[in-house]
Write a protein that binds this ligand. Structure first.
Ligand code: AMP
Ligand code: MN
Ligand code: MN
Ligand code: MN
Length: 279
């Protein structure tokens, strides 16, 4: 049954333990069903594995109307700036796209382990072997969680603010896929590309050039974008004929404040986003 869009709860930005979220895709599906969500997208960083595991599990569930939309959040860079691109509705990727994603993930692993080495050398209670043994995934979020468990940090956010975030003493730079190349790939493969949290990442000025490479919309609703920022992004999207989305960017309770399914998007934008499904 199609849900009534004016009443429908949704979440189009969710992470699982297939990237730096904490919970298994099956747990996320169970929770989304429990919450009564109409639409959900799992958008793990640089992998469709979270979506794929969730889709296989949802297929075997009876008595649910939950609709799962394929999603992925691409880590890209241009001109020294990080730009996150959400791509929806692609459930298979070309070999070239898959290869570039594997490279992104291996650069993330290498860079995270370099950060671990630097932290160890500086006297923090962490080493490569203990970290790898303890963690489900290798990224900065996981380093933060490890140090919180060891009592060396109060929160993962403190790690980003003081140790390994941009400009911090143990920050190690990383190459990512070029933003415009990622957009070209995503659009040529039929995905709907949406720029993630552009106000939070200070990349609003890149929306226009991104549109020239196939960007289709903006994530206006996000727990770390103010109402004024959302309004500005909506106005911008409407003036350029772009889609408007939103989501919790849920990882568990330690990355962004919104809980699963708690970010509402107006039904008009929901309808336009669902109509953009190319499948
Ligand atoms: P990495 O992929 O290892 O570079 O880590 C980047 C990820 O860390 C982002 O995708 C966010 O999910 C998360 N992150 C970034 N900044 C923060 C922060 N201040 N607090 C908690 N998590 C963050
Ligand atoms: Mn993340
Ligand atoms: Mn992001
Ligand atoms: Mn995210």
């Amino acid at each position: 049954m199609e849900p009534d869009l004016t009443e429908c709860r949704t979440d189009f930005h969710v992470h699982t333990n297939r990237s730096d979220g904490r919970m298994d895709p099956t747990w996320v599906i169970d929770r989304a069903v429990e919450l009564g969500l109409g639409y959900l997208s799992i958008t793990d960083h640089d992998t469709l594995d979270g979506y794929r595991a969730a889709a296989a599990y949802l297929d075997g569930l009876a008595n649910t109307d939950l609709k799962l939309i394929p999603g992925i959040e691409l880590s890209t860079r241009t001109d020294g700036r990080d730009v996150h691109i959400l791509v929806y509705y692609l459930d298979r990727l070309s070999d070239e796209f898959e290869r570039e994603l594997r490279e992104t993930i291996s650069r993330r692993t290498e860079r995270s382990l370099e950060i671990v080495d630097e932290l160890e050398a500086a006297g923090y209670p962490i080493s490569r072997s203990e970290f790898i043994e303890a963690t489900e995934s290798i990224n900065r979020t996981a380093i933060g969680r490890f140090l919180v468990a060891r009592g060396a940090l109060m929160s993962v956010g403190e790690g980003f603010d003081t140790l390994f975030g941009d400009g911090c003493p143990y920050f190690v730079p990383r190459d990512d896929m070029d933003t415009f190349h990622a957009l070209d790939l995503a659009s040529s493969e039929g995905g709907i590309a949406i720029i993630a949290h552009p106000a939070l990442y200070h990349v609003v000025d890149l929306i226009e050039p991104c549109v020239r490479h196939g960007l289709r919309g903006v994530e206006a609703y996000h727990s770390e974008q103010s109402t004024a920022e959302s309004d500005m992004l909506v106005a911008m999207a409407q003036s350029q004929g772009l889609l408007v989305t939103g989501g919790s960017d849920w990882h568990q309770d330690d990355v962004h404040p919104a809980t699963l399914g708690s970010i509402k998007i107006p039904s008009q934008f929901l309808e336009e986003f669902l109509d953009a499904d190319p499948r």
